[in-house]
Design a protein around this ligand. Structure first.
Ligand code: NAP
Length: 334
């Protein structure tokens, strides 16, 4: 595992954020909103911004962007923050990869969020389903054309609707393929990353290409039944937390930040929202950081192909009988 001093990308600022290849700064901690119920997500966003969060990670697929938008409107109206103080991310769903569908999808997110522009718009998944169909059914999958979708993303960037564009759930191979044809390089690759899934190879690739790695499920998503979810119970994480007088969640988040990765912890609890932001003014010393390389890395098994080798975060969203070509496509190997 690289040490913290090896990991900070050029321009990184340890305390509060990282500088993207666009020159914009992405806050080191953003509030995740996946699986935040629409009835409570607005309160979570409001509490987070009041507590000092400046980044909210959204997606049309989370079915709660309207409620996030209402909370943002209230924060602006009350003068808590101005639009330019915030960094708002949203994501293009895999049913909207057709170039003509990309502006419409961004427009829908902007309408729901009640914003004029996004700070970051991501292609959420490297695979594609037919428009209007879901990812739970193997027949819905069609071959992706990432260069064509990316071309439409570049136009949104040109138009100022997305100040940075990037991807999510992309392996090193897929990110490399994209960078080789992109007119505008991806600013961010948002992937699952935590002490139990450290993404060493992707980390090195992102650093060498100037793409910021943004860590989703940084607590290993303990509330999700199909995720690994065990990092907060890991003995090494717990022992480092006890030595530093921090919680396991804070130590898990801080590990990612010291690797040079932004983190997107989700919470709807005001107490945990505040706790998760308190990770910027202390650090894990090098001797304790070295212990993280001993943490066993999780393997995600695909039910049909009985393989865990090389599966990236995107693979977990595949249906049990996903076509083998799609399964291969989300594997880290290609
Ligand atoms: P996560 O942030 O790793 O974990 C969230 C879970 O941990 C929730 O059950 C939350 O419960 C709990 N929690 C939060 N803070 C805690 C603390 N301090 N101590 C103990 N438990 C705590 O998981 P995630 O939601 O999977 O990932 C975070 C965000 O990443 C998502 O919300 C989403 O924005 C993004 N994401 C993106 C993708 C993608 O495909 N691009 C995929 C997955 C996730 P409470 O809410 O009750 O606090």
């Amino acid at each position: 595992m690289p040490s913290s001093s090896d990991c900070m990308p050029p321009g990184a600022e340890m305390a509060t954020g990282f500088v993207l290849n666009t020159g914009a700064k992405i806050p080191s901690v953003g509030l995740g909103t996946w699986q935040s119920d629409p009835s409570v997500v607005g309160e979570a966003v409001y509490a987070a911004v009041k507590a000092g969060y400046r980044h909210i990670d959204c997606a049309s697929a989370y079915d709660n962007e309207k409620e996030v938008g209402l909370a943002l409107k209230k924060l602006f109206e009350e003068g808590v923050v101005k639009r330019e103080d915030l960094f708002i991310t949203s994501q293009l769903w895999c049913g909207h990869h057709a170039p003509e569908d990309v502006p419409e999808a961004l427009g829908d997110s902007l309408n729901d969020l009640q914003l004029e522009y996004l700070d970051l718009y991501l292609i959420q998944l490297p695979f594609r389903v037919k428009k209007g169909t879901n990812i739970g059914n193997a027949e819905n999958y069609i071959p992706p054309d990432i260069p064509a979708t990316w071309g439409a993303m570049e136009k949104l960037h040109d138009a100022g609707k997305a100040r940075a564009i990037g991807v999510s759930n992309f392996s090193s191979k897929k990110l490399g393929d994209l960078l080789s044809v992109a007119r505008i390089p991806a600013a961010v690759n948002q992937v699952e990353c935590h002490p139990g899934w450290q993404q060493s190879k992707l980390h090195t690739f992102c650093q060498s290409t100037g793409v910021h790695l943004s860590a989703y499920s940084p607590l290993s998503s303990p509330g999700s039944k199909w995720m690994n979810g065990k990092v907060l119970k890991d003995p090494i994480v717990i022992s480092v937390a006890e030595k530093l007088g921090k919680t396991p969640a804070q130590v898990a988040l801080r590990w990612n930040i010291q690797m040079g990765h932004g983190v997107l912890p989700k919470s709807v609890s005001e107490e945990r929202i505040k706790q998760n932001l308190d990770v910027n003014d202390w650090s894990i010393p090098d001797d304790l950081l070295a212990k993280f390389s001993e943490i066993k890395q999780c393997v995600q098994w695909h039910p049909t192909y009985k393989s865990g080798l090389g599966m990236s975060g995107g693979a977990r969203f595949l249906p049990a009988k996903a076509p083998f070509s799609v399964f291969l496509h989300v594997s880290r190997l290609i």
